[in-house]
Design a protein around this ligand. Structure first.
Ligand SMILES: Cc1cc2nc3c(=O)[nH]c(=O)nc-3n(C[C@H](O)[C@H](O)[C@H](O)COP(=O)(O)OP(=O)(O)OC[C@H]3O[C@@H](n4cnc5c(N)ncnc54)[C@H](O)[C@@H]3O)c2cc1C
Length: 431
């Protein structure tokens, strides 16, 4: 797993152990082999006399390359059957009638997605369980992070995932009201990690949740975004590195290692940004609205290349997924499909007031501001000295000044916005 962070590896190992236990209960077990996938899969398949190999499809460039190599090593004697259990519809199967390819705008894609009939699952057949030598899973101790409960993935295995889905049913009807409020821990499903690892299939999620209420329909619509990004990546796996809007691939990004460090550490002086980045580093998860705000801050306020942020999120997120992550980063950067125009720049303070009106999310992750009245937590630099002193807040460079308790903002948002618009504009109209 290229670039997988510690937490995602932990979750993967926990899930594989649970899968092994489930398979053992059925009289089999997980066969673990390490090495070049082409040689390993071919050796196991030929060694066991298999006539077909079944695998879950994946759209990343690495996975597409790997699967093509495996296929040419196996065929013609052995068939490679890719299934797409992590998607409602097989990527590439919902297409525009005009172009025959994936829609470049989400709304028509969603309309087609919602009315496309599902491909049948393969018919189950009896299989003979063979018992080859097993290497076993890596034996190093799996650190269970104390805050792992926040990633919504603390119980491993399909049964635990199913209970998380059933728990979500108690809350999904309020999704329209709660999904954009990061302080509401249960305002979204936290099912992204299960969907990524396949411990829950989106088919099961759609079947259980349905679309009977506005909240349910809004929730199910989000699953179409996953399929959409996967379909776009199936056609263009290079989108992890290349701006979809080629005219915006030449933005003169700023080389700002200090800004990137402050962003990663949650010390930008913008409380909603810092809260999000601290949630990410403490738990491996971040609320979607805050992913948008923090990503926009890096790309627009600091004018840092979206690929740097994409790599950081990919390393840190437990639900990190190449297509979903890069697709969303491109969307926020304005370089992606159906993205907002580049000159719309999210204002972190306005966003904070709107989506964290009580400042509760900020207070949770930036406790040094929690003694400020809720309305003052969004932009502490606008607060008077008496109020700051009463809350024990001293603004400054929190790195160097002993007295400072929280950084002053590292950029002026209005000026940064102008700079970003100019840089994007210049990329679009090169001299
Ligand atoms: C910069 C950025 C990076 C992101 N990186 C990832 C990533 O690596 N992996 C990932 O799964 N999601 C990613 N997302 C999308 C979204 O933030 C997460 O899917 C969501 O926060 C997961 O929480 P949830 O399960 O509670 O979501 P819910 O609100 O309960 O939504 C249900 C499901 O719908 C899907 N979904 C929701 N929003 C999106 C979206 N914008 N794009 C694609 N699918 C969506 C997810 O599978 C999610 O689990 C990213 C978003 C942004 C803005």
């Amino acid at each position: 797993m290229a670039m997988a962070g510690r937490r995602r590896r932990d979750v993967l190992l926990r899930q594989l152990r649970a899968l092994d236990a489930d398979l053992q209960a059925l009289g089999g077990g997980l066969l673990v082999r390490t090495g070049d996938p082409v040689r390993v899969v071919e050796a196991v398949a030929r060694g066991s006399g298999a006539t077909s190999v079944h695998a879950n499809g994946d759209v990343s460039a690495y996975a597409q390359r790997r699967d093509r190599r495996v296929q040419s090593a196996l065929e013609p004697e052995i068939r490679l059957d890719l299934h797409w259990g992590c998607h409602l519809h097989r990527p590439g199967s919902v297409t525009s009638r005009t172009t025959g390819r994936t829609h470049l705008v989400f709304t028509p894609y969603h309309r087609a997605w919602a009315t496309t009939s599902r491909q049948d699952w393969p018919t189950p057949v009896d299989v003979e369980v063979i018992d080859p030598e097993r290497d076993g899973l890596p034996s190093e101790k799996i650190p269970t992070t104390s805050d792992s409960s926040d990633d919504g993935n603390d119980g491993a295995g399909a049964d635990a995932a199913e209970s998380r889905l059933l728990d979500w049913l108690d809350r999904v009807d309020a999704y329209e009201q709660t999904h954009d409020l990061p302080a509401e821990r249960s305002g979204t499903s936290h099912l992204s990690t299960d969907l990524h690892f396949g411990t829950l299939s989106p088919r099961r999620v759609v079947d259980v949740v349905g679309t009977a209420t506005a909240g349910r329909a809004a929730f199910v619509r989000q699953l179409a975004w996953r399929d959409w990004y996967a379909s776009l990546f199936l056609e263009r796996p290079d989108l992890v590195d290349t701006a979809m809007r080629t005219d915006l691939d030449g933005v003169a990004w700023s080389d700002d290692p200090e800004g990137v460090d402050a962003w990663i550490a949650g010390r930008t002086g913008f409380p909603i940004v810092d809260a999000g980045m601290r949630e990410l580093s403490a738990t491996g998860w971040m609320h979607n609205r805050v992913r948008m705000i923090t990503a926009s801050f890096l790309v627009k306020d600091l004018l840092v290349d979206w690929r740097i942020g994409e790599r950081h999120f990919r390393r840190e997120l437990v639900d990190a997924d190449v297509a979903q992550n890069a697709g969303n980063w491109q969307w926020v950067a304005g370089t992606g499909p159906d993205a907002a125009p580049y000159f719309r720049v999210l204002n972190p303070v306005t966003q904070s007031r709107r989506f964290d009106p009580d400042g509760a999310y900020i207070a949770r992750w930036v406790p040094e501001l929690s003694a400020l009245p809720a309305a003052d937590r969004h932009a502490p630099w606008e607060v008077g000295p008496i109020e700051l002193a009463a809350a024990g807040v001293v603004l400054g460079d929190a790195d160097t000044s002993d007295a400072a308790t929280y950084p002053a903002p590292i950029v002026d948002h209005a000026a940064a916005r102008e700079r970003a618009i100019a840089a994007y504009g210049a990329a679009r109209t090169p001299n």
